[in-house]
Design a protein around this ligand. Structure first.
Ligand SMILES: Cc1ncc(C[n+]2csc(CCOP(=O)(O)OP(=O)(O)O)c2C)c(N)n1
Length: 321
C-alpha cells in the first residue's frame, strides 16, 4: 500500500529526520575530537521518532530511551541547548547536570534513563496522571526490543491495558540487544505479537518508512485520545553504527558487513527523498532543507561550545533525596 500525506507533512518529516541525522553525526564528530559525551547513535532509526512525534501535540509526553535524540528534536527542543546539555554546559536544558538523561518538561519530554526498560513504568505513570487529570494528553514511550524482555515491560503493558491508559508503546527493534541478536534471547519473532497477551492492538511497522510509522502512530494516538487505551507498535529498523562509542570497531564482527550494508541501503531519509521527488517535489527544495538544517547544527555547535561551564555552587540545587 502506498501511503499519501500532504506535501507540507512530507517536508516537515524530511526536515526532522535530516536534523536528527546531522545532529547525531555532529555529536559523533565532537566525541572523536575528544569531548566526553555519553552516546548511543540513532543513525538509521530516524524515521521512528520523527513519524511518531509528528502525531503528537506540544503538551503530549514523550518518554525517550537511550538511543538517539530524535524524540527531543521532533518534539521541538532546541539543538543548541540539547548539545550544551550533552557537553555539561550551564545553558543546557538541565543546566548541564543531566547530560544525555536530560528532560524538557515544557515540551513534555521526560528524561532519558540509562536503565534498560525503566522508561516504561514512567510512561504508564505519566499516562495515569493524564487520565486522572482528564488532560487529554497522550504518552509515547520509546524502547528497544531488548527492553521488551524486562519485567518492567510486562508490568507496564498490563497496567496500561487494565486502566485503558492513553499510551503508545513504540519498540524500535534494531535486531541487536547490545551484541546479541534478539532472536537468540527472545521467544517471539515479533515483539508486537506480545500485545495480544495484554489485550491491546500490536502492529509491526517498517521502521525505515517514515510514512508507514506516521500512519501507524496516527491510529495508535487516535485510539489513546478516544480513551480506548494503549497500543504497541514495533518498528523494524537497524542502527548503522556500534551499540555505543566503544563499539565502533564492531564492523564485520557480531554483525556481518553484508548485513550492515544491506540496511544502510535502506536509509529512511533516502527513501522519503525518493518518494518526495516521485511526487513532484523538486530535489532543490529538499537540498535547501538540508542546507538550512546543516547551518542550524553548526550554529548549535557554536552556541554549545561557546557556553559557560556551570557554577560549581549550583551542584546541590535541584537535588532531591
Ligand atoms: C537493566 C539494564 N541491564 C543492562 C544494561 C546494559 N545495556 C545497556 S543498553 C543494552 C541493550 C539494550 O538493547 P535494546 O533495548 O534492544 O536497545 P538498543 O540499545 O538495541 O537500541 C544493555 C544490555 C542496562 N543499561 N540496564
Amino acid at each position: 500500500m502506498i501511503i499519501d500525506v500532504p506535501e507540507g507533512v512530507m517536508l516537515d518529516l524530511y526536515e526532522k529526520m535530516v536534523a536528527t541525522r546531522l545532529f547525531d553525526l555532529k555529536v559523533k564528530e565532537l566525541i572523536e575530537k575528544g569531548h566526553r559525551i555519553l552516546y548511543h547513535s540513532g543513525v538509521g532509526q530516524e524515521a521512528i521518532p520523527a513519524g511518531v512525534c509528528a502525531q503528537l501535540r506540544r503538551e503530549d509526553y514523550v518518554v525517550p530511551y537511550h538511543r538517539g535524540w530524535g524524540y527531543m528534536i521532533a518534539k521541538g527542543m532546541d539543538m543548541g541547548r540539547i548539545l550544551a546539555e550533552l557537553l555539561g554546559k550551564a545553558s543546557g536544558y538541565c543546566k548541564g547536570k543531566a547530560g544525555t538523561h536530560m528532560a524538557c518538561l515544557e515540551l513534555g519530554v521526560l528524561g532519558k534513563t540509562g536503565i534498560v526498560g525503566a522508561g516504561l513504568p514512567v510512561a504508564v505513570g505519566a499516562a495515569l496522571s493524564a487520565k486522572m487529570r482528564n488532560s487529554g494528553q497522550v504518552v509515547a514511550c520509546f524502547f528497544g526490543e531488548g527492553a521488551s524482555n524486562t519485567g518492567a515491560f510486562h508490568e507496564a503493558l498490563n497496567m496500561a491495558a487494565v486502566w485503558r491508559l492513553p499510551v503508545i508503546f513504540v519498540c524500535e527493534n534494531n535486531l541487536y540487544d547490545m551484541y546479541t541478536p534478539y532472536l537468540e534471547v527472545t521467544s517471539v519473532a515479533n515483539i508486537a505479537d506480545r500485545a495480544s497477551a495484554y489485550g491491546m492492538p500490536g502492529e509491526v511497522v517498517d521502521g525505515q518508512d517514515v510514512l508507514a510509522v506516521y500512519e501507524a502512530a496516527k491510529r495508535a494516538v487516535s485510539r489513546a485520545r478516544r480513551g480506548d487505551g494503549p497500543s504497541l507498535l514495533e518498528c523494524k529498523t537497524y542502527r548503522w553504527y556500534g551499540h555505543f562509542m566503544a563499539d565502533e570497531h564492531h564492523y564485520g564482527g557480531y554483525r556481518s558487513i553484508e548485513e550492515v550494508e544491506a540496511w544502510r541501503a535502506r536509509c529512511p531519509i533516502r527513501k522519503l527523498r525518493d518518494r518526495a521527488i516521485s511526487k513532484g517535489i523538486p530535489a532543490q527544495e529538499l537540498d535547501r532543507i538540508e542546507e538550512r538544517v546543516r547551518a542550524k547544527v553548526e550554529e548549535a555547535e557554536r552556541f554549545a561550545l561557546g557556553s559557560p561551564e556551570p557554577d560549581p555552587r549550583i551542584a546541590f540545587e535541584d537535588v532531591y533525596a
